[in-house]
Design a protein around this ligand. Structure first.
Ligand SMILES: [Zn+2]
Length: 244
């Protein structure tokens, strides 16, 4: 059976002499691994449409449950080439791609995750230095997966606070936290920024300009939370060190 949808290439892995396994985040089939026959042989349009991040209209052939359907066509909608061509920018994006691959189950439709990724890539292509887009993706994506940290109050009693406990994935107030490990102390500004990033419209977020200190505080809390939740750091985080 032939299926059509649109997808974003998250990963392309060489297979044999000239073939590829291309992993897409698709609109209608969720995370999907496909087999692409000989795209590496020539510098074809088909081959360039399988570069990571490319957004395309795709067709694939295979039964509903086939574990590696064959990709028969892929027509580029947006290549996001400028992100791939800028090392620093591509590394930042690699982090959210890796996060997506780690959390999304295969073949589970998630249209919100698809449009979140597509919109984030569009915003990063416009301005790669805006770290806010990366942090925001992490927050919103984890929220869709049910793993977002809770900062709007103590997980036990709801009381407001600024001490984040990694093992709880939440703020815990002083009286509920007795006997727990040391928390990450957040500033009121970081908590407020987090709430805005998780709830506000993208257009409204484009107008805010948080300070570097706020950004790096929130960013390191998110990365620690991800590391804890995955029980390992993302590989792409290691390349960037303190730059994020
Ligand atoms: Zn409490």
């Amino acid at each position: 059976m032939l299926h059509r949808t649109e997808g974003i290439v998250l990963k392309s892995t060489p297979f044999g002499e000239a073939d590829l396994i291309a992993t897409f985040l698709t609109l209608d089939f969720g995370l999907l691994k496909t087999f692409a026959k000989s795209p590496r042989k020539t510098k074809s349009r088909f081959g360039s449409s399988l570069e990571p991040l490319t957004h395309s209209k795709i067709s694939f052939w295979g039964k509903e449950d086939a574990n590696l359907p064959r990709l028969t066509q892929s027509d580029i909608i947006q290549p996001f080439q400028s992100i791939r061509n800028t090392m620093n920018c591509f590394l930042k994006v690699s982090e959210i791609i890796e996060l997506t691959l780690n959390f999304l189950p295969e073949r589970e439709v998630n249209k919100k995750a698809f449009s979140l990724l597509l919109n984030t890539l569009k915003r990063i292509e416009k301005d790669c230095n805006r770290t806010l887009s990366i942090i925001q993706y992490k927050i919103r994506f984890l929220d869709l997966m049910g793993y977002a940290p809770r900062l709007d109050g103590c997980a036990r009693c709801g009381k407001f606070g600024y001490s984040f406990y990694m093992s709880q994935g939440s703020i815990i107030c002083e009286s509920c936290a007795k006997g727990m490990d040391a928390p990450i102390k957040l500033s009121p500004g970081a908590v407020k920024l987090y709430e805005s990033l998780s709830k506000w419209d993208l257009s409204k977020i484009d107008r805010i300009m948080p300070s570097q200190t706020l950004l790096s505080g929130l960013s390191s809390m998110m990365d620690n939370h991800i590391k804890y939740t995955l029980t390992k750091p993302l590989k792409s985080m290691a390349f960037q060190g303190s730059e994020m």
